[in-house]
Design a protein around this ligand. Structure first.
Ligand code: GLA
Length: 391
């Protein structure tokens, strides 16, 4: 696994920054990717989730300019783009669009006085459900706000990122990824309530186990997936219930009796059932992780996977096969598809002394069936957003 440390990444990027811009950065913002233990497709309906940040990051470095020019160097694409305020809405490639849109939205609200030199790079795999784009937004927004705005809080970063996603990129997403990137604490699990936008931390008492990511290598991007359709279907289901009950209820107040009202529409019924039970699983998961009951944690993960695959229909053949294969391994307690879905990774709880064997078993079995190599690695948790100003 790519175990480069945060400090090493920062020091490597500082050197690249100097090579490209012949000056040192004034500010460095480091935003991690995340895994989501449970609570999938609940955030945009004001539900619950338990994500946590991982030891892979997107880093933004900025140094001030005294003109209206923006020079942005992407380490990952090894490319420099230069533009002025007038060009913030024109972009040729998706990564460029993310960067310009984010600067555009911050500028719209905070009216920047000048441009800057900026370096962006990181080691979060792109398009596999570990939130590389959310981390990119968080690192850019926090770097600019920290450098140019006197007062802001972390919820402001969340708000700006969500505007970028919804208004510019056209993804009706929730704030799970950005929330985890900002608020995670190392070695803690984060339980977020998206109805109140509040969170709590809790400890894991699971012993002798690791969290392992199995990457199907099926890349997905939310814009072109059915993600937005799922958001619409849930709203349609809620509207129908409100109409039939002739009153206005909200997602977080839905009861099973309410959901039964839309039973005739199988699709909407299944979408809402997923939401209802997934939130219940989040609460149970907190209890089971805190109590260290790895068997029950595994069962909750598998129930969540079944629901995401059959009721919410956001899985795919490769991922369902990975879960079926994993179930046959003695070291596997449970796992599920993670993130937006339609590909990406499964997150799995695996017994430590069988971990190595599990990893090679899954790789081999998968290759036998699909004839391409997948990546399987243990995941390590990390601290949330870090902004360095004392450089
Ligand atoms: C993506 C979105 C999140 C969330 C998850 C599904 O990662 O960006 O907001 O909806 O999918 O839980």
């Amino acid at each position: 696994m790519d175990r480069i440390t945060k400090d090493k990444l920062v020091s490597d990027y500082k050197k690249i920054f100097f090579n490209k811009f012949k000056t040192y950065p004034d500010i460095i913002s480091i935003a991690p990717g995340r895994v989501n233990i449970i609570g999938e497709h609940t955030d945009y309906n004001f539900g619950l989730a338990i994500p946590t940040a991982i030891n892979k990051w997107i880093i933004t470095m900025i140094s001030d300019r005294n003109d209206n020019q923006f020079n942005i160097h992407s380490v990952n694409y090894d490319k420099m783009i230069s533009f002025s305020f007038n060009d913030l809405t024109k972009s040729d490639e998706l990564w460029e669009k993310y960067i310009k849109s984010t600067i555009y939205i911050v500028n719209k609200k905070y009216k920047l006085n000048n441009g800057f030199d900026m370096l962006i790079g990181g080691n979060i795999p792109i398009g596999f459900g570990m939130s590389s784009s959310a981390a990119l937004e968080v690192s850019i927004v926090s770097a600019i706000l920290d450098k140019y705005c006197d007062k802001y809080d972390q919820y402001e970063i969340l708000k700006i990122c969500n505007v970028v996603e919804k208004e510019i990129l056209g993804i009706q997403s929730g704030i799970l990824d950005q929330y985890a990137s900002i608020f995670s604490k190392n070695k803690k699990f984060l339980l977020i309530d998206f109805n109140s936008n509040t969170h709590e931390y809790f400890d894991s008492n699971i012993k002798n186990c690791s969290w392992v990511l199995v990457n199907s290598m099926i890349s997905r991007d939310l814009v072109s997936s059915d993600y937005n359709i799922r958001v619409l279907e849930c709203n349609e289901g809620l509207d129908l219930i409100n109409k039939l009950k002739n009153e206005k209820t909200s997602f977080n107040k839905l009861s099973l009796d309410d959901i039964e009202l839309v039973k005739k529409n199988k699709k909407l019924y299944c979408r809402l059932l997923h939401f209802y039970y997934e939130n219940k699983r989040v609460r149970s998961m907190k209890k089971e992780i805190s109590n260290g009951n790895k068997y029950n944690v595994g069962q909750l993960l598998l129930e969540s996977h079944f629901s995401l695959s059959k009721r919410y229909e956001v899985s795919c053949r490769e991922i369902d096969t990975i879960i079926s294969m994993s179930k046959k391994h003695p070291g596997f307690y449970g796992g599920r598809i993670m993130g937006g879905g339609f590909g990406g990774c499964t997150i799995n709880l695996v017994e430590n002394n069988l971990k190595k064997d599990f990893i090679s078993y899954i790789k081999n079995e998968f290759y036998k069936k699909f004839e391409y190599n997948i990546k399987v690695e243990e995941v390590f948790f990390s601290e949330g957003l870090d902004v360095l100003t004392d450089l």
